[in-house]
Design a protein around this ligand. Sequence first.
Ligand SMILES: Nc1ncnc2c1ncn2[C@@H]1O[C@H](COP(=O)(O)OP(=O)(O)OP(=O)(O)O)[C@@H](O)[C@H]1O
Ligand SMILES: [Mg+2]
Length: 379
Amino acid sequence: MTMPSVRESPPARDGEDSLFDALIAFAVDGIMIIDEKGNVRVYNKACERLFGYSAGEVIGRNLSMLMPAPYHGEHDRYLSHYLATGEKHIIGIGREVQGRRKDGSVFPMNLSVGEGVLRGDRIFLGVITDISERVQRERRIMELQSEMLHVGRLTDMGQVAAGLAHELNQPLTAILNYTNAGLDMADERGDTELKSVFGKVAEQATRAGNIIRRLRAFIEKRGPNRTEEDITRTIDEAIRLGQINPAERGVKLRVVFERGLPQVLIDRVQIQQVLINLMKNAIEAMEKSERRELTISVGKVVPDLVQVSVADSGSGISEEMAEKLFQPFVTTKASGMGMGLSICRGIIEAHGGRLWLEPNPGGGAVFRFNVPAAPEVVT
Ligand SMILES: Nc1ncnc2c1ncn2[C@@H]1O[C@H](COP(=O)(O)OP(=O)(O)OP(=O)(O)O)[C@@H](O)[C@H]1O
Ligand SMILES: [Mg+2]
């Protein structure tokens, strides 16, 4: 293994050269030294792994071979511009740029550049870290986020429709009952004209009822898409994806998990929707509170349920409000839809669970819900 080194380095004292060689050979990050013309003088092992070129293929050649178009054309211009004007874009700072491997593939990397003088020549020292994994992780989070927003909107619409269907069914049934009573009365009085009018009302009310029944059947048929999930991960992800950002709102978030929790059988995206709605409500309720504590706790309740509690130290909920806040369109917020809790209850009940409210003994509200644990696999 030949170790690349600075050919024009000053005469080294004993051991200094090997120390330098070891430093750059064992570094995890790519280390490169280029001269004023952009030619590579030092190119370490990590660079070989990153770019796929051996030191022999790169040393003495222009750095632009390691950059994808259109940057490779620009690099020389950038370097001469800097040398002429002293204006820095990247020198002395780190920055995310793209690298090009020998096979032509492009990858994101963090590049920090320092400059110095070596035996009278100006040199630039580049340290390179491959950040493809981080970028990929970020991309995955973005994808999950947009998937959630999308599914969220769909389930919201489904839930709104289900809620409306349920709400409308009651007055419709009442209309039909009154109409039938009217029909009987018109019959008794022998008023054929009135009887025909009532007959038409009954016909139309029945028609509306059928539309609603079909709508409910359509929604119920879809059913949730349940899989075995880790509740801990589901909650962590909901906090991240829902952009709850407690710290930004001065809220202290605590998440408490009981040990040895079983897997749960849930529609992950829907349960995350519930968590996000509850956390948002909690944070909104604490806006004017001095003490802002949001505590999420998870425990097992016998025999086969997992219970999640979302507790806040906010304004709390009056008895009058507590009676109706799960109904759709009930809100005390200027920009609220009043749909959050009714959607949450719909989702939890579709999972065979329950969602309810309790006062928080220390002030504030606690919303608790449970979801089914996945059946234990007996081995
Ligand atoms: N943690 C809480 N503390 C105090 N009040 C609450 C809390 N959660 C809900 N509420 C009350 O219940 C009402 C209904 O909540 P819900 O989530 O259904 O609708 P919303 O938050 O007003 O609007 P959105 O549709 O945007 O969620 C709220 O307007 C608020 O008055
Ligand atoms: Mg809400």
